[in-house]
Write a protein that binds this ligand. Sequence first.
Ligand code: RIB
Length: 327
Amino acid sequence: MNRISIKDVAKEAGVSISTVSRVINNSAYVKEELRIRVEKAIKKLNYNPSTIAQSLRRGKTKTIGFVIPDITNPFFPNIVKGVEDYLKKEGYTLLLSNSDQDLDMETKIINTFISKHIDGIIFTGTGLYNPALEKLIEKGIKIVFLDRILEGVNASYVICDNQIGIYELLSYLYNRGNRSYYFVNGGKNTFSAKIRYEAFVKFMKEKNIKNYNHLYKEFSYEAGYSFGKKIKKLPDVIIGGNDLIAYGIIDSLQERGIKIPENVSVTGFDDILFSKHYKPSLTTVRQPIYEMGYKAAELILKIIDGKQKQIKGIVLKPQLIIRNSTK
Ligand code: RIB
């Protein structure tokens, strides 16, 4: 079936191609009588303006690409909701893709986004240095780093204040007499894991606490579970780098007959949906997850529309949530 073109519509309506284009893009005033003729011709010929052609003319596809590292972690769908709600409000479409913490996959996704002429990228990376991404940033691609900054890369970002989150958690635990800690963290290349580790060690040194350990693993239930199965000497507190790690620690310790918090306290970070329902309910640091996504979408559109020319960093405050997994 041959495609109806804008030329056929103009002929049918007895107007110029530019008049048809103005009616389709609603881009300038068109006399009512002419508008009606064009709309009748579009209907009669069942004309569908090619969105690709339209977008290339407009130079905007009104599409944003968003890369996330682990769609199985409830933290990320929550942040995606914040991004998408803002974009929808502004008439933008979201292209979402999951890198599964794999650097090659991350690069493939970015290249696919570029081939689809997205207007900008929101990026929550594996944390590994991505040379392809660096090249695109140098070429001026519009990008906002969300939740995880890529160190050494100068670009706008939206993150939670991880240091304050860890500091408030440790202050609470310290003030209740806890003096030995084991931190089971996410991957060492991940910005959020690294910055939480640095805040943890800084606190230990400030309080002159000698009895502490730290282990980089990954932000997963399995990482916590395998740790809890093996640990011999229990500290006062085991800190999970995120809630999923804390869940795994709780389950594996309880399977060994260890009581939480009587024998050991356990804490998390994120405050995803299940944490208030866990047995025991999880003491954790709540990230403003939805708001982080919403602000990142707002920022990328400001950058695209030229309203945000300088590099901008937005740091949102976390909240300490005390529940039953700590003494
Ligand atoms: O749960 C996943 C973790 O990685 C979160 O704490 C978030 O900050 C992300 O970086």
